[in-house]
Design a binder for this molecule. Structure first.
Ligand code: SF4
Ligand code: SF4
Length: 441
């Protein structure tokens, strides 16, 4: 068994590869009874987790076993959709002691860690808390693989799905700091003239107008969509329009709340009540304080609302305002028994979501290309994680080798700030350090 330490994980710059980029060494310094590998991958058209598990199952299992040892957990679980029976069959004979597989329904948002923890362990994470509150640590598939390699290979490459209107949808392995446009070109290029890039996923991603934006350790996918596509139109809506239409058209049917996964868990989030705040220029505080617990899964906007309104953005705006005003529930009320009553019958099938979002026209595949894509230039962002940006540890003109540290979290009073080191992803020379990016060419 590998003797990888929390320090090794920090030095390797491992962060959550599928979400906000929480530094993994901080998670692994805690104590928990269970570690979950989140392979639910519920965003339509993304395939990277399943493909990485298929190609590197032993590494992911090893990373899970290391995480279990570090946090003192006796139980490890890989949560993966039951429809990927071929991958499950490959993994089962390789599982080490204490590790099992939990087959999941093909629903959205199965990959939300609150939902995953409930589906797999039957435990409800209280509103505003993290999985550790119920004794669990949750890791992404790629994060587990990076943990397994932490003593010999820092995080220099990234797996991501390129899908939608491209000639050859694929899961690519690319150097951190490559551009989105290079990834799309490697997938055969866009098949539509006015290509739009949705980064992350159609449900929880963002519309990126700069096609030369840089891939970082958290970039899970690029979905290319034509200009007139319904998803692109939804992302283009500006706030004044969301308010104007929402204010006049919301009939308070409450479908958005009835299907909200966090409400179904018993959390005090009710998007239909948040919609009422539009009548009051967002000051209807009694209606909106629960928006602090919105996970921004976008289900209410993209699927539930029959009027095509945007309750997710209303919740998100309120959430940010409450944060800025430092207003929060101290002891949010919730009823942890409610999921047993409602959850099973109100899951949104991914197939229905894809139908509603007009995604069935695209090939829903993502075969892995495991050779690292070549590029002549990368931009390594000094902030690719939750926490403070790193400080550059190289200077313009320095020669660097792939895997060399180019930035580290700042140290104050002998303690490093929350963050994770960043590394050169190609051999080369530092050509510029500009706007929080170390350029290597
Ligand atoms: S589903 Fe739409 S119309 Fe119904 S309450 Fe929610 S935002 Fe209003
Ligand atoms: S985005 Fe909508 S459905 Fe998702 S948690 Fe927030 S309110 Fe609920």
């Amino acid at each position: 068994m590998s003797r990888i330490t929390v320090h090794d994980v920090a030095e390797a710059g491992v962060v959550g590869a599928g979400g906000a980029g929480f530094p993994t060494h901080v998670k692994l310094a805690a104590q928990a009874d269970t570690v979950l590998v989140n392979a639910a991958e519920c965003e339509p058209l993304l395939h990277k987790d399943k493909e990485v598990l298929r190609a590197h199952g032993d590494g992911v299992i090893e990373g899970l076993a290391i995480a279990m040892r570090l946090v003192g957990a006796k139980r490890g679980v890989i949560g993966i959709k039951e429809k990927y029976g071929d991958v499950i069959k490959l993994l089962r004979p390789r599982l080490s002691a204490g590790i099992e597989i939990a087959p999941l329904r093909d629903a959205y948002p199965a990959g939300d860690e609150f939902i995953l923890v409930y589906d797999v362990l039957g435990r409800v994470i209280p509103p505003g808390k993290i999985p550790l509150a119920v004794g669990a640590v949750v890791m992404n598939v790629e994060t587990a693989l990076n943990v397994a390699q932490a003593d010999r290979r820092p995080v220099t490459d990234k797996y991501l799905s390129v899908a939608g209107a491209v000639a050859e949808p694929a899961t690519l392995r690319v150097p951190v700091g490559i551009t989105l446009a290079e990834c799309v070109a490697a997938a055969g290029g866009a098949t539509v003239p006015d290509a739009n890039y949705i980064v992350g996923g159609v449900m929880m991603g963002r519309l990126e107008t700069n096609h030369d934006a840089l891939v970082d350790k958290t970039t899970g996918g690029v979905i290319v969509l034509p200009d007139e596509h319904v998803v692109v139109r939804r992302y283009r809506q500006d706030w004044p329009r969301i308010v104007r239409v929402g204010r006049s058209a919301c009939d308070q049917c409450s479908f958005c709340t009835e299907l909200c996964p966090r409400w179904l868990l018993g959390h005090p989030i009710e998007p239909h009540r948040a919609m009422r705040s539009l009548e009051f220029n967002l000051v209807g505080e009694a209606n909106v304080i629960g928006t602090a617990f919105c996970c921004e899964c976008n289900l209410c906007t993209m699927m539930s609302c029959p009027e095509d309104l945007d309750p997710k953005n209303v919740c998100a705006q309120n959430k940010r305002r409450l944060l800025a005003e430092k207003k929060r529930y101290e002891n949010p009320p919730f009823d942890p028994r409610r999921p047993e009553l409602h959850m099973a019958n109100r899951k949104t099938p991914t197939a229905r979501l894809m139908q509603k979002l007009g995604l069935r026209q695209f090939r829903n595949v993502g075969p892995l290309r495991d050779e690292v894509l070549r590029t002549a230039k990368v931009g390594i962002r000094l902030k690719q994680h939750i926490g403070a940006p790193c400080e550059a540890s190289v200077r313009v003109g320095d020669r660097v080798a792939k895997g060399q540290v180019v930035g580290r979290p700042a140290v104050a009073d002998g303690k490093p700030a929350l963050g994770a080191a960043v590394h050169a992803s190609i051999d080369g020379t530092v050509t510029a350090i500009d706007n929080g990016v170390v350029w290597i060419g």
